[in-house]
Design a protein around this ligand. Structure first.
Ligand code: AMP
Ligand code: MG
Length: 414
C-alpha cells in the first residue's frame, strides 16, 4: 500500500502544518520491523533486540542458600545454646543434615544444610566455648534466599523484542545459556547534500562550509548500534542525487541532510517521485521544520534539513524512534519527559513544538534548567554545551522564570 494511503487514515494529518506527534504517528504507521534474525554469543548480544523467548530450565538460585555470614539452625531450637557441628561455604556445602540443638557456621551464598530453616547473623551471636548463644527476637526463615526466587523453571523471563542491556546479559548467563537469537542489526546508509559543502582535508573556498552533518550522523547512528554506510557528500545535482539514492537503497533506512527546504526541494521532489514515494512535510517545530519521509525500494528515507542543529533534533525526535521500531524493539523506548524548573524567562509562541538546548543543574536540591543561550539552528555549539532538550509543547506560550518545563536528557544510565 502507498504511504499516502496509509497516512491518509490518520485524523488531522496536514503535511504543511504537521504536529510533531502526528509526524511520529505517520512514520510509525508506515513501518514494520525487519524480520531477519541471527544467533550470537551472549556478550555480543549487548544492545541487540531479542528474537526468542527465554524460559528457564533451572531455578536461580538452584538451592536455598544463606543471604548472610552467620549460623544456620532450626528456628525451633534458637531459644537454647546450639552446638556448632561444621561449616558451609559458597560452593562447599555441609554434607550432612543438622539435628536438634545443632548449628552450622555458614557463609553468604552457601547452600542451606538439610534441616536448617533460619540463619542468624554472626554479629549478634555469643560464642561460649563450643556453644553458640543466640539472642531473642529472631524470625523464622530470616536471611535465607529461596531456590527460584530470582528465576523459576518454566516461567518465561524475557520475550521477543526485549532490548538487551547489561542486566539481561547477566540474567541470561545466570541460566547457563551461551547464545541467543536476536534480530539482525539494522543497515543504515547516509549522505550529506549541498554544493557549499567541503570535505575535511580540503581547503575551504569562499562560501563553503565543512560538512559536519555526516560526523554528527556517524555519531548518532553508531550509538544506536546500527550498521552504518557513509556515502559521502552529494552535490545538488539530480544525477548525482539519483546515483546516491540508488546506491543507498540496499539499506533498511537512508538518512540524508539538506536539500529539503522550500527553495531547494523542487528537483529533489521530482527525482524522488521517480525513484519511490516521498512525502515532503512542514513540521510545526523549531528547529527542523522541513523534512521528507518516504520509501525508495525497500528502504525508508529520512530527508533531514541541512542546518546542523535541525539535523540532530529531527534525528532524535523522529529517526531514532523510527529506527528502534524498525529494529524490532517492543519495550517503551521513548525518551521520558521530566519536569524541571526554568531558571529564566524563555521566549516561545504557541503553534509549534520547540526543542531548545538546555543545561539541567541542581540548585540546592532543586533540579533547574537554563538554555544554552543563542538558539540558532546553525549554532551546533548549543548541542555540545547542552545536556538536555527543553521541550516546549505545541500550545505553550512564553515561559516565566520559576515555571516548570519538560526536559529530555541526552544521556541514559543503562
Ligand atoms: P539546506 O537545508 O540544504 O538548505 O541547508 C541549510 C543550512 O545548513 C545551510 O546554511 C547549509 O550550509 C547548512 N548545511 C547543510 N548541510 C550541511 C552539512 N552537511 N554540514 C554543515 N552545514 C550544512
Ligand atoms: Mg542545501
Amino acid at each position: 500500500m502507498s504511504l499516502e494511503r496509509i497516512i491518509s487514515c490518520l485524523d488531522g494529518y496536514d503535511p504543511d502544518a504537521l504536529h510533531v506527534a502526528k509526524a511520529r504517528e505517520a512514520m510509525r504507521a508506515c513501518m514494520t520491523p525487519i524480520p531477519e534474525t541471527e544467533v550470537v554469543p551472549v556478550r555480543d548480544a549487548l544492545g541487540r533486540v531479542l528474537a526468542q523467548e527465554i524460559v528457564p530450565t533451572i531455578d536461580v538460585p538452584a538451592h536455598d542458600n544463606s543471604a548472610m555470614d552467620g549460623y544456620a539452625a532450626r528456628f525451633a531450637d534458637l531459644g537454647r545454646p546450639l552446638r556448632e557441628i561444621g561449616t558451609a561455604l559458597a560452593g562447599k556445602p555441609f554434607a550432612r543434615a543438622i539435628g536438634a540443638g545443632e548449628c552450622v557456621r555458614i557463609m553468604t551464598g552457601a547452600v542451606m544444610p538439610q534441616g536448617a530453616d533460619t540463619v542468624v547473623i554472626q554479629e549478634v551471636v555469643k560464642k561460649e566455648g563450643e556453644r553458640i548463644v543466640v539472642p531473642p527476637g529472631q524470625k523464622r526463615g530470616q536471611n535465607v534466599r529461596y531456590a527460584g526466587e530470582d528465576l523459576k523453571v518454566g516461567m518465561p523471563v524475557l520475550g521477543t523484542g526485549k532490548y538487551l542491556r547489561p542486566a539481561e546479559l547477566g540474567l541470561i548467563a545466570s541460566l547457563g545459556i551461551g547464545e541467543v537469537r536476536v534480530r539482525r542489526r539494522l543497515r543504515v546508509a547516509f549522505f550529506s547534500t549541498g554544493d557549499e559543502l567541503a570535505s575535511i582535508g580540503t581547503k575551504l573556498e569562499e562560501g563553503e562550509v565543512y560538512d559536519s552533518n555526516r560526523y554528527t550522523l556517524h555519531g548518532m547512528l553508531s550509538r544506536l548500534g546500527v550498521e552504518i554506510t557513509d556515502l559521502g557528500v552529494v552535490r545538488d545535482d539530480p544525477e548525482a542525487l539519483e546515483r546516491a539514492l540508488t546506491r543507498a537503497a540496499f539499506a533498511d533506512a537512508i538518512v540524508t541532510t539538506g536539500g529539503v527546504s522550500v527553495g531547494e526541494a523542487d528537483f529533489v521532489k521530482t527525482l524522488m517521485a521517480k525513484l519511490g514515494e516521498v512525502l515532503f512535510w512542514k513540521i510545526a517545530m523549531r528547529p527542523g521544520r522541513p523534512m521528507a519521509f518516504g520509501r525508495i525500494g525497500h528502504s525508508f528515507l529520512f530527508g533531514l534539513p541541512g542546518n546542523p542543529v535541525a539535523v540532530m533534533v529531527t534525528f532524535y525526535q523522529f529517526v531514532r524512534d523510527a529506527l528502534l521500531h524498525l529494529s524490532g524493539r517492543a519495550d517503551d523506548y521513548a525518551m521520558p519527559l521530566l519536569s524541571a524548573v526554568s531558571s529564566e524567562k524563555i521566549r516561545k509562541v504557541p503553534g509549534r513544538t520547540e526543542y531548545q538546548r538546555g543545561v539541567l543543574f541542581n540548585d540546592s536540591g532543586t533540579w533547574k534548567v537554563k538554555t544554552t543561550g543563542q538558539q540558532g539552528s546553525g549554532v551546533l555549539r548549543s548541542m555540545s554545551e547542552a545536556n538536555c532538550f527543553i521541550v516546549l509543547e505545541h500550545e505553550r506560550g512564553a515561559v516565566e522564570a520559576g515555571e516548570p518545563v519538560s526536559v529530555q536528557l541526552f544521556e541514559g544510565l543503562a
